[in-house]
Design a protein around this ligand. Structure first.
Ligand SMILES: Nc1nc2c(ncn2[C@@H]2O[C@H](COP(=O)(O)OP(=O)(O)OP(=O)(O)O)[C@@H](O)[C@H]2O)c(=O)[nH]1
Ligand SMILES: [Mg+2]
Length: 296
């Protein structure tokens, strides 16, 4: 049996988490059109009779400004060093940038086998594909490149086969019914963060942490969930709540529906919005909200 870890790396918003979710066949990592959606290293496990691929989702590569962003970049670097294969994901519908060639060269230097997934081909004119691949090769990228569309499910079988070919022989790392290393509690907080990313613009979603303080299955079969939405500034709090609580009610309702789907049970959800000034630069608070700066 083949078994091993594949770090999924690339610039922010390239489509890494979407690709992992579709390959694993379940939503293990949240997705949004905003950069810096993924903040943690999250495992997504794909198990078949002959192989097990443990995908390591990573925060997208991005110019780090806050202490939180810097920690996210460290998470990605550390993840890349401790895997069997690196899958570099490139947004195929955007122009090919020197930055990608530079990043690919940087990860190739780790001497871990690296292949490239060229994704979002569904929103790219087909005739541009050969041109973009030539551009990458002219920039010195000599890795194998697999064009895929996570949204349409195209090219995935070939990519999966190529990844399996690079994995070592070995026993499974996880039981076959496990798809993620993350707790239900973590997924609940991420579902809320995803809805906030989808609803609010600019700095607001990036300055939000979601803390689950109550997570309890009641005797009547309903989950009681209590969350704090922590933001950085009081004017952000006002926007998050909205006029007469309209905005927070709307995101909470979307989040509750997804939580119910995820848990397979009814959910009674309460949310509070709190302000913790500049928490993204305060290690004590980062740790309290689940982003431990000392953790690797
Ligand atoms: N059309 C199309 N859109 C895609 C595809 N894959 C991802 N997207 C969209 O691209 C955006 C970013 O997707 P994510 O999966 O969150 O990207 P990411 O690389 O994980 O982003 P970060 O976690 O911020 O680094 C979302 O709006 C996705 O719906 C695809 O194959 N086709
Ligand atoms: Mg992501």
């Amino acid at each position: 049996m083949k078994s091993g870890y594949v770090a999924v790396i690339g610039r922010s918003n390239a489509g890494k988490s979407t690709l992992i979710n579709v390959l694993v066949g379940e939503k293990v990592s949240i997705v949004s059109p905003k950069p810096q959606t993924t903040r943690d290293r999250i495992l997504g496990v794909l198990t078949k009779d002959e192989y097990q691929i443990v995908f390591v989702d990573t925060p997208g590569l991005y110019k780090a400004e806050s202490a939180l962003s810097k920690q996210m970049m460290r998470t990605t670097d550390v993840s890349a060093k401790s895997v069997d294969v690196i899958l570099y994901v490139l947004d195929g519908h955007e122009r090919v940038e020197e930055e990608d060639a530079r990043l690919i060269a940087r990860f190739c230097a780790l001497e871990v086998p690296l292949i490239v997934a060229f994704t979002k081909t569904d929103i790219m004119p087909a005739e541009q594909l050969p041109e973009r691949l030539l551009q990458l090769s002219a920039m010195g990228v000599d890795a194998d490149i697999y064009p895929v569309s996570a949204r349409r499910g195209r090219g995935l079988a070939a990519l999966e086969k190529a990844l399996v070919a690079l994995l070592p022989e070995g026993e499974k790392c996880f039981e076959e019914d496990i798809v993620s290393d993350r707790s239900e509690r973590f997924m609940i907080s991420e579902i809320m963060r995803e809805k906030i990313l989808l609803k609010f613009d600019k700095e607001i979603p990036h300055g939000v942490a979601v803390v689950v303080h109550t997570f309890r299955l009641q005797e009547n079969g309903v989950y009681e969930i209590g969350l704090d939405i922590v933001c950085e500034k009081s004017n952000h709090k006002a926007i998050l709540i909205g006029k007469q609580g309209k905005a927070i009610k709307e995101v909470s309702s979307f989040a509750r529906q997804d939580m119910e789907k995820f848990l397979g049970k009814k959910v009674f959800l309460t949310t509070y919005v709190k302000v913790k000034e500049d928490w993204r630069n305060r290690p004590g608070l980062m740790k309290e909200f689940g982003y431990d700066p000392t953790e690797e």
